[in-house]
Design a protein around this ligand. Structure first.
Ligand code: ZN
Length: 605
């Protein structure tokens, strides 16, 4: 049943070493007002705003939204020295509390920053909370007030309540700065449901959903995911957190999630939420359930088990690791597999999702250029800065990492009585749910296999050769079936349609590249034989070209018209998934069960 947040008054209120007072005062200007009080400042006290948020590997420069910073002590205003784009220093005395006041502009609908308007407020501490340098390990508290002239607003966060009202506004505490900024805050009028699994209360908050949302179903299905994940990691034992919060922001068009230790912020299409009176599971709802499962699995895999380089976050700069293939890729492997095990999708749907992942890797020329370990390290400048060259320059450590997990799971199942599940649990135990290295992964898989899998790990994680998907899946009763490629794959193109046919990406080694098409071109028409045709969609090319082996493409580029001879490869003779052809863009595959008994030992357990 939906319920209002459970609220308590159990802890002393003040004083704490670092205290923030956050007021959503100017809704139409999208400005949070923040007052930071440092009880015992240093004589030269520095403060800084993070340049990135853990879990999202891009320097985002949150300080660009900070304004009107002022410093006060004992009734006087103090001068501030700005040291860099995100760091300031205040000369003060250490006998009196130092008070800093500032505003933060908040109108980013993503899960990574902050939002404030007349309907909703949301923030991560990395956007709103200046870090009091030297005080990070001490207790932090946060007072959150409701905006003026609004009614019905509630507040929810995984932070520990100290003294809060029935709607959730009041004072919260965190044991240090890391916990503070790892606990996003949601406020507004929202739907709230909850359930308990193994003693841990799980809250589901949904903002801006349509009235047709079937909240009870969402709650039921989320509970199945939570139960399956806790069983995965702990068997019949308890999870590491007493409470957990899912914050789901429903929008017209959006998708994403960010993991935290005791909560996750998600963004989904409003139409992907389950609807009352519609028992069927839509494709969009499967996508949302996969996202919920992915972020929840991160509770163990990246928020507790985490790269040794993330043992202590450096908020001032990029934090490099080669291990995102493990933390994002293995989480991606399990996000869909656990949906299958939770009974939320069937084998066919699961294999469809897996086939899509495999196809994305096969169709990315960058898979021949970068290993997943390199792609992890380069995430800050490649995967998180996508452009027209991204598929040629890098490989997604999500999709290829998921396939490495699949290959490792199927290999362990083939050569031992163990599975990747056993490896994950053994790793969690070995590293005490904390920092780990690739050597730890190798140690557990080699131990479980009974012999060294190092050469396979070298090839799959640090190499660029295709993964042995066809052979391994075949051993487990699933065949990889090549299919006729769609025009985009056949030509090696990614296009935008609507208001004409626009070239977004040209894939390395494909027919479009050979013809000289480039990103930014508008494809106006084709000429085959004596006739010329206007094309508005990529489908029109095949429609008008028929079986012609080549055509002339009429292209508009920077105000000029170009005629480019283009080969049109017939949609046959698709290569197998195991042997990448010269043009990896041509692969289209589907996965089919050939031996149900064998397949079910992998898919169902
Ligand atoms: Zn993730």
């Amino acid at each position: 049943m939906p319920a209002t947040p459970t609220l308590t008054t159990t802890h002393p209120v003040h004083p704490v070493p670092v205290h923030y007072c956050i007021e959503p005062l100017q809704l139409h200007a999208h400005l949070f007002s923040v007052t930071l009080t440092i009880a015992q400042p240093q004589v030269l006290q520095e403060v800084a705003l993070p340049v990135w948020i853990p879990g999202s590997y891009l320097v985002r420069e949150f300080s660009k939204n900070l304004q009107r910073l002022s410093a006060h002590q004992n009734g006087s205003t103090l001068p501030i020295t700005q040291l860099s784009k995100h760091r300031w220093r205040i000369a003060c005395d250490s006998e009196h509390a130092l008070v800093l006041r500032y505003e933060v502009y908040a109108l980013d609908a993503s899960v990574r920053t902050a939002w404030l308007d007349a309907h909703r407020g949301f923030f991560n501490g990395t956007s709103l909370c200046l870090r009091a340098i030297g005080h990070e390990a001490r207790e932090h508290s946060l007072h959150l007030s409701a905006p003026p002239n609004t009614s019905g607003w509630q507040l929810a966060t995984a932070l520990t309540p100290v003294a809060v009202d029935a709607a959730g506004f009041g004072t919260y505490q965190a044991s240090n700065y890391d916990e503070l900024v790892d606990s996003p805050v949601e406020m507004g009028v929202f739907w709230h449901g909850q359930f308990k699994v193994m003693g841990a209360t799980h809250h589901v908050i949904v903002t801006c959903a349509a009235p047709s949302m079937d909240g009870e179903r969402l709650l039921r299905d989320t509970q199945k995911i939570v139960t399956t994940a806790i069983r995965f990691w702990h068997g019949k034992g308890k999870p590491p957190m007493k409470a957990y919060w899912f914050f789901i922001n429903a929008v017209n068009d959006g998708y994403g999630g960010l993991e935290h230790r005791a909560s996750t912020a998600l963004i989904c299409n409003r139409r992907d939420l389950p609807r009352m009176g519609e028992p069927a599971t839509s494709e969009g709802y499967v996508t949302l359930l996969g996202l919920i499962c992915h972020e929840y699995f991160h509770t163990w895999n990246v928020k507790r088990l985490r790269p040794a380089e993330f043992a202590s976050y450096d908020y001032d700069q990029e934090n490099y690791t080669q291990l995102l293939w493990f933390f994002e890729g293995f989480t991606s492997y399990y996000d869909d597999l656990l949906l299958r095990r939770a009974g939320l999708i069937d084998d066919i749907t699961y294999l469809k999702l897996l086939g899509k992942t495999a196809q994305q890797v096969l169709q990315a020329p960058g898979s021949r250029l970068q290993s997943v370990a390199q792609a992890s390290f380069d995430a800050w400048v490649k995967y998180y800065r996508m452009d027209e060259n991204t598929p040629n320059a890098t490989i997604s450590y999500y999709t290829k990492g998921a396939l490495v997990a699949l290959c490792l799971d199927l290999t362990l199942r083939q050569c031992s009585t163990h599975t990747l599940d056993d490896a994950m649990r053994m790793l969690y135990k070995r590293c005490r749910g904390g920092p780990m290295t690739e050597a730890d992964v190798r140690h557990v898989v080699n131990t479980l296999a009974g012999h060294s899998l190092d050469s396979l790990m070298d090839a799959w994680v640090h190499g660029t050769a295709p993964l042995p998907l066809e052979a391994l899946l075949g051993q487990h009763g699933v065949c990889v079936h090549p299919e006729v490629a769609q025009p985009a794959q056949r030509l090696g193109l990614r296009v935008g349609e609507g208001n004409g046919l626009h070239i977004k990406q040209v894939l390395r080694g494909g027919l479009a590249e050979q013809a000289g098409l480039q990103a930014g071109d508008e494809w106006l028409g084709i000429t085959t034989g004596e006739q010329s045709w206007r094309v508005m969609r990529l489908d029109d090319v095949g429609f008008y070209a028929g079986n012609a082996p080549h055509c002339t493409a009429l292209i508009a580029r920077d105000g000029r018209l170009l005629q480019l001879p283009l080969q049109l490869q017939p949609p046959t003779q698709m290569p197998s998934a195991n042997a990448l052809p010269d043009a990896p863009t041509a692969d289209t595959i589907s996965l089919r069960i050939t031996d149900p008994a064998r397949a079910s030992t992998w898919l169902a357990s």
